[in-house]
Design a binder for this molecule. Structure first.
Ligand code: LLP
Length: 427
């Protein structure tokens, strides 16, 4: 645990004005007063910078934003302006992408259990690729009118991340082992569908670029064997998935976009040349590394109290319903007091807990902060990915709003849920 102010974990535009956190030129206190708390704040500058980093590292690739990290029309539209597409895994995510104006040819479809009805919607939207995840999906694709597919394969590559978000091993529910992947490619060809190529996604929050390199080598082996077995078939497209991690704490050191994605692409291009394979079109699917650090959450502090064992709880007005990652993945976050950021830290640590009826509703077990008081604003960085996206209404708590900040202004990109929204579902 570090005692340094976690300002580097916040969006690129974050600074202090005196003691106060300012992002996109807007003070935290102004954001809270205007939009309420909890509030997820996205920095336009950071979003555009991450998108541009991918476009620079992979100028010829389709960079399809992993929509699941934060399905939001305004963010998808902003990323589309930067030339990105969308990776969608449900018809719902497809709808967000279409509403944002992402053209079908920049949409890639995933999902380990696609229905015929869903596949029909994907075909109707003219998506670039459907990524097949099971053998019998090929026949469904043919029936639905899907014209071109990739096959997701598992290469049995272990990654150093939480087991719930590792997907490259043979035990994963996603993808097919190489043998079956080749069968799927062959079945597609028999069904008159373009067997465009292969997809691999090793897992998420990867802080090491080496497994990505191993994936390229693994794919090469599958491609070489498929070329033999499928009468000279070679892939026109290779999709390398997403997975690049971000800094949640100051101890995390992720590779840069260029080291991670650029390195994979360089390796692939070289291996393909060595083996006289035609260079494929590449697809990348970054989610977290686009939106994760661009977002942070502002909470209002309520109760501050000490327990019998000496723990001091700082209760915020949200919790596991707006960020379930600590409960799901043991995720660790840092925080600062947004209007008292530069004040000296208290000697002990604070347990930042939510307002849900669960003892496990603890967002940060050991936060280093100046002694918090009721009414303080607490800012938690690196919450742009998989927070609101996985939010719930546990304890009938409406989900937070999201705003986009830049050039001194803030605009609502997702309104706060109301109790009326929740009650509207009751029959
Ligand atoms: N492509 C595929 C096929 C995926 O399944 C995913 C993420 C991505 C791309 C984007 O991966 P990223 O670049 O964001 O790592 N809820 C978890 C993460 C689940 C990731 C699901 N798939 C979390 O909060 O850590």
């Amino acid at each position: 645990m570090t005692t340094a102010l976690p300002l580097p974990l916040f969006p690129d535009s974050a600074t202090l004005a005196g003691d106060e956190l300012v992002v996109g030129g807007v003070r935290a206190s102004v954001l809270a007063a205007e939009f309420g708390t909890p509030l997820v704040v996205y920095c336009e500058q950071s979003l555009r910078a991450r998108a541009r980093a991918y476009r620079a590292a992979a100028p010829d690739a389709l960079v399809a934003f992993g929509t699941k990290a934060f399905p939001n029309v305004a963010v998808l539209r902003l990323l589309a302006e930067e030339g990105l597409g969308a990776d969608v895994s449900t018809v719902g995510e497809l709808e967000y992408a279409l509403r944002a104006g992402v053209p079908g040819e920049r949409i890639v479809v995933h999902g380990n259990n696609k229905s015929l009805e869903e596949l029909r919607a994907y075909a109707a939207a003219g998506v670039a690729q459907v990524v097949v995840d099971a053998l019998d999906e090929v026949a469904l694709c043919a029936e639905a009118g899907v014209r071109s597919i990739l096959v997701r394969t598992t290469l049995d590559i272990e990654v150093d991340t939480h087991e719930a978000i590792a997907t490259g091993h043979h035990g994963s529910k996603f993808g097919l082992p190489p043998e079956l992947a080749m069968e799927a490619l062959s079945a597609a060809r028999s069904a008159g569908i373009e067997a465009a190529g292969l997809h691999v996604h090793l897992g998420s929050q990867l802080l090491d670029a080496a497994p990505g390199q191993a994936a390229v080598v693994g794919l090469l082996q599958v491609v070489l064997e498929a070329r033999e077995r499928l009468g000279g078939w070679t892939p026109s497209t290779i999709d390398l998935g997403g997975g690049l991690g971000i800094r949640y704490t100051q101890g995390d050191v992720p590779p840069t976009v260029d080291m991670f994605a650029g390195g994979q692409i360089a390796r692939l291009r070289a291996e393909w040349t060595t083996h006289s394979l035609p260079q494929p079109r590449l697809i990348l699917e970054p989610g977290r590394s686009i939106v994760g650090q661009a977002g942070f959450t502002l909470y209002r502090v309520g109760v501050v109290k000490s327990t019998g064992d000496g723990t001091t709880y700082v209760a915020i007005d949200g919790g596991m319903s707006d960020n379930p990652r600590p409960q799901l993945y043991g995720a660790v976050y840092e925080a600062l007091l947004a209007e008292r950021a530069a004040e000296p830290l208290a000697s002990g640590t604070f347990a930042v807990c939510g307002k849900h009826c669960e003892s496990g509703d603890v967002l940060i077990e050991e936060a280093r902060l100046p002694h918090p008081r009721r009414g303080d604003l607490l800012a938690v960085p690196a919450t742009g990915a998989y927070t609101l996206a996985m939010g719930s209404n546990y304890n009938a708590l409406p989900r937070p709003a999201a705003v986009l900040v830049g050039s001194g202004t803030a605009r609502l990109i997702r309104r706060r849920e109301t109790l009326a929204d929740l009650l509207a579902l009751e029959a």
